[in-house]
Design a protein around this ligand. Structure first.
Ligand code: ANZ
Ligand code: ZN
Length: 836
């Protein structure tokens, strides 16, 4: 038997992970260790974004959930009462597409996937409280989603309007702006998105724009990155509205501008091709054909294409003129697709001298340029010499009575003037649009509205909720309207107000609605009478730590804040923000660098991997691969090192426990009794405790693991003769590993003589004296490349330093199977290893 295979047999016999995992998972369930208590004293609510049930969970989910799990374990060891729930974002398009493809009802497909995924999550031992599971497609959940819709409707925050919407021809459904990705393609099927006119439901989230912005300032536990993404998404812009007139007509042309100080420089006006104004214009006959051809071409473009930073902006002259209300000058009125109908008033006053886009446009079409701002106290640029717009603020010139005003003073003076003249005034504009709710799909929560010829839109009364999704829908193939519209016995009802025959709204809700309030339901998941009890929701919320991908920054994370603020405003809850702390983990990519996701077909399930190596090895390897907030390229390469580490750790524990007869708890040894090596280990241990604690607080699990490995290396290399001390060290190390390797830690904890679960033990505290001890850090190189770092007590002898250096995990990875030719120690600087 070779040395290698002997080692492997030995490893397997010490660490029988299948048995250990099953044993502890059963114990946790039986003892309800991870069930949230009814009356928490010191609550900690850890929430991970719930999952869309498509097949089985993959390594991306695995990573997200083990990060949350580690925090839960850690907080539990700080005496917190934990709520760590899980659920399923179970409505949505893929279920319908699967139904069409496989001829299987969406419900069966969804519930089957939930079953599979739940089993996998249980097998990897994530500490979810399964008694609180919520499933958004279950009637006892969507009853309350519908109830919320009605509340919004009653508060005038839900309304219907006809508009041009993003439409995916392939999925045959409307998409919200954030579901249109990249160059205007559908987030689901990646086909181009077009515009279509439809009458649909919207939530007035724009009423909350200011509150959503202000709230961000209170969220100290959210990253600046997410807050900036949200601020930009909401896109507050402070400016002025000014009403121009169409020449020889009563038609008014209001514009929104952030630079009213440039109004004397207007030489052209541009209207969005899809703005309402366009329909009112009486285009001269000789231009009509050209204009409609241009409009048709523009409407085929996506918003992204229209706004692209290209220099080639085009448009078409309408043959009409607008009149500048401040100086009476006439400006050509153009239609140009760089102007968006949905922003401001859908019209731009063109100031080529001071706006680069307008400048390029006028150069292209040879329109006049008029300078009205110059550098303060300087001279006016000559329009003919300009190669680009002068966009800075400055001194107004050629502006009559406003000449000489500078920067903001000029802006304020013009705003004051237009207000006095009754032709406009200060305005705040937001990029944020109202939230489009309607989907022409089957697999969603039906919109609880009945359309009556007498009464108009009538909300389904609370006692009639939920409006159940009918089971007798056979045909999900998209026809441009909701499949529910064709279910006559479902659609045709009587009006709850007047009793006349009426029709249900056949659309279903955007699934972001289902996930906008799930965090609240976990506090009281079985409540049949209320959306949640006031007491229970305040026992746990706001969420202490929320964890999810950065990709939700402007979608879900805005909606769930909006819903919380709404519920706060109507008095249902006392807090206005749903989550105190937010952590965004990085995505898991496959070895070709693509995001792992079902739709790309590159999904690796944790099941196979954990079967082969054990759950804790995979957990540790995943944590160790990269910092939790960075993307990881999952190739499984960290598995070998972490497996070896856990095996050696476990073997040390079993040696300490089999050979010794110790009292139940390791009595404290005397620090004075420690030998020189032991003292070095003691210092390292305390530094490790400090580092792991700080790193977990910062959600930095990869460095935690590196630190525990380094400590274990020192423990193995240096001599710890005192059995009490050995046991002390392994006990602390077990606790430090528990958040990341829960099963093996429980087993080790028991072997070390403890009767209760490691998660009810107190998190180790470092000895403040030991960590201030004088240490030095040196780099460790292998063949000239830095592969690791080593920290040790000043004065440790050279031989030991070299041994420690060789035990560093990443150094071992580069020396494994190679012959070590030389190890050189450059005092207090470097250990250099030469291998061949
Ligand atoms: C004249 C002007 C002169 C402008 C100047 C800027 C500089 P933000 O900051 O993003 O709010 N604008 C207004 N409505 C628009 C629309 N529907 N589509 C495209 N552009 C539009 O930008 C506000 C500025 O964007 C406005 O101020 C307007 O151009 C343009 F020296 O008005 B400005
Ligand atoms: Zn009626």
């Amino acid at each position: 038997m070779s040395r290698e295979s002997h080692k492997e047999t030995e490893a397997k016999s010490v660490y029988d992970f299948a048995r250990i995992e099953a044993k502890w998972q059963q114990k946790w369930t039986e003892s309800k260790l991870f069930s949230a208590p009814d009356n928490p004293q010191d609550p900690f609510y850890l929430l991970v974004m719930f999952a869309y049930p498509s097949g089985d969970i993959h390594m991306g989910h695995f990573r997200n959930y083990i990060i949350g799990d580690a925090v839960v374990h850690y907080q539990m060891m700080h005496g917190k009462d934990i709520l760590h729930p899980f659920g399923w974002d179970a409505f949505g398009l893929p279920a319908e597409q699967a139904a069409i493809k496989r001829n299987l009802p969406p419900k069966d497909w969804t519930l089957g996937n939930i079953e599979t995924s739940r089993n996998t999550l249980k097998k990897v031992g994530v500490s979810f409280d399964w008694e609180r599971e919520v499933v958004t497609c279950s009637p006892d959940y969507y009853k309350w989603t519908q109830w919320l819709f009605v509340k919004l409707f009653e508060n005038n925050l839900a309304y219907r309007k006809t508009s041009l919407v993003n439409f995916c021809v392939h999925c045959n459904t409307v998409l919200a702006n954030e579901q249109v990705i990249g160059e205007g393609i559908c987030w689901r099927c990646e086909n181009p998105v077009i515009k279509k006119k439809l009458k649909q439901w919207y939530f007035r989230i724009t009423n909350y724009a200011e509150k959503l912005l202000d709230g961000l300032d209170t969220l100290a536990g959210w990253s600046e990155r997410v807050k900036t993404l949200q601020r930009n998404w909401i896109g507050k812009s402070v400016g002025c509205e000014i009403v121009f007139k169409l020449k020889d007509s009563d038609i008014e042309i209001p514009v929104f501008t952030t630079r009213p100080d440039t109004i004397f420089g207007v030489t052209m006006m541009a209207v969005a091709p899809d703005a309402e104004l366009v329909e009112q214009l009486d285009i001269p006959a000789d231009r009509r054909e050209m204009v409609s051809a241009y409009i048709e071409k523009s409407l085929k473009k996506t918003e992204v294409e229209r706004q692209a930073e290209s220099d080639d902006k085009d448009g078409v002259f309408t043959g009409l003129y607008a009149v500048n209300p401040l100086n009476g000058e006439e400006a050509q009125l153009w239609i140009a697709d760089y102007v968006l109908a949905s922003y401001g008033t859908g019209v731009v006053m063109g100031v080529p001298a001071h706006d680069q886009r307008d400048f390029l446009f006028t150069r292209k079409y040879d329109l006049p340029v008029k300078v009205v701002i110059k550098p303060e106290g300087g001279s006016e640029p000559n329009p003919g010499d300009m190669t680009e717009a002068f966009v800075e603020k400055g001194e107004m010139c050629n502006c009559g009575r406003f000449d000489g005003l500078i920067g903001q003073a000029g802006i304020d003076a013009v705003i004051k003037y237009v207000e006095e003249q009754g032709i406009g005034g200060a305005r705040v504009n937001y990029r944020l649009r109202d939230w489009l709710i309607s989907r022409q799909r089957y697999w969603g929560a039906p919109i609880p509205i009945i359309h009556c010829d007498n009464c108009g839109e009538v909300a389904v009364p609370a006692e009639q909720l939920p409006v159940l999704l009918p089971d007798n829908v056979k045909d999900f193939i998209p026809k441009g309207r909701s499949p529910l519209a064709d279910v006559a016995d479902w659609v045709n009802v009587t009006c709850p107000k007047c009793g006349a025959t009426a029709q249900r709204d056949a659309d279903t809700m955007d699934t972001f609605m289902c996930s906008s309030w799930y965090m609240l339901r976990y506090s009281d998941p079985d409540n049949a009478n209320e959306i949640f009890s006031h007491t229970k929701v305040h026992q746990w919320l706001p969420v202490s730590q929320y964890i999810g991908g950065i990709d939700h920054a402007t979608g879900h994370l805005i909606y769930f804040r909006f819903m919380t603020q709404f519920l706060h405003d109507i008095g249902l809850i006392d807090f206005a923000e749903p989550a105190t702390r937010l952590f965004n983990h990085g995505m898991v990519n496959d070895d070709e660098g693509r995001k792992m996701s079902k739709s790309l077909g590159n999904v690796v399930s944790p099941t196979e991997l954990t079967k082969e190596h054990g759950v804790d090895v995979c957990r540790l390897a995943m944590h160790f691969t990269a910092p939790a907030d960075k993307e990881v390229l999952w190739d499984g390469k960290t598995i070998t090192g972490t497996a070896r580490f856990l095996e050696r750790f476990f073997r040390s524990v079993s040696r300490v426990t089999t050979g010794l007869s110790l009292a139940d708890l390791p009595r404290l040894f005397q620090r004075n009794d420690l030998g020189k090596d032991e003292w070095a280990i003691y210092i390292k241990l305390n530094q490790t405790i400090k580092k792991v604690t700080e790193d977990i607080e910062r959600m930095q699990f990869n460095t935690c693991i590196a630190a525990t490995m380094e400590f274990f290396g020192a423990f193995a290399v240096l001599k710890a003769n005192n059995p009490l001390f050995q046991r002390f060290c392994l006990t602390k190390l077990t606790q430090l590993l528990a958040p990341m390797a829960p099963h093996i830690a429980e087993e080790a904890w028991q072997m070390l003589g403890n009767k209760t679960t490691v998660f009810k033990s107190d998190w180790p505290q470092h000895d403040p004296e030991a960590v201030t001890f004088d240490t030095i850090t040196v780099a460790v190189q292998v063949n000239g490349k830095v592969r690791g770092e080593l920290e040790f007590e000043r004065g440790l002898d050279e031989e030991k330093i070299k041994k420690l250096a060789l035990a560093v995990e990443n150094v071992k990875r580069h020396t494994d199977g190679k012959e070590i030719k030389k190890v050189i120690y450059v005092k207090e600087k470097l250990v250099s290893v030469v291998v061949r």
